[in-house]
Ligand binder design. Sequence first.
Ligand code: ADP
Ligand code: ZN
Length: 207
Amino acid sequence: MRLVLLGAPGAGKGTQAAFLKERHGLAHISTGDIFRYNLKNQTPLGLEAKKYMDAGELVPDEIVMKMVGEKLSEFAPDEGFMLDGFPRTVAQAEFLKSKIKLDGVILFHVPDEEIVKRLSSRAVCKDCGNVTSRLHNDKCPSCGGELYTRDDDNEATVRSRLKVYHDQTEPLEDFYRAQGLLLEVNATGHPEEVFKQVIALLSHDKD
Ligand code: ADP
Ligand code: ZN
């Protein structure tokens, strides 16, 4: 199975990806994680991407497409994966279409105000990378590690990321709807609730 997870920042794509990885053994390809990994290791790619990430803007298509192209070439034809955070522009989606055949695109719907609320309390574990909320935790609920806030999870940057989503990524909803690939989920509920919808949609989709 080859899926795209689509939705605004903070819609819960990463959380659902972790569930899907466990249940279906799909590899999780997150372009945001790849950039953050490169930044942490101070690679040229990471330092270049940082300028855009800090401003809440998209990293230019050529850079992202080269990086994703290399990543995709690591997978055998029968290996399943989910793309999280890619594609984010129509040009990226056209590029992906030229490379692989997708089985579905899951769209996670969350209202903007809910997104702003979620991201302003979002925290990540320094030790295990678990993503959680400061509203309910001051240490990582899974390993007890210390939590930190992502540089781009401040309100001003969140607002620009949302605007970028509406302007540049939302057109992909119609792009994939027209290809009969779009599976839509209401992602305002609890993660387990959302996952039930995902499972139901995917099992339906196979028929
Ligand atoms: P979000 O929480 O906004 O979904 P991500 O972790 O997916 O965040 O991405 C963080 C940042 O990395 C984005 O704001 C953007 O600057 C950059 N980025 C990630 N994926 C892409 C992409 N496909 N195209 C352009 N920029 C990207
Ligand atoms: Zn942890």
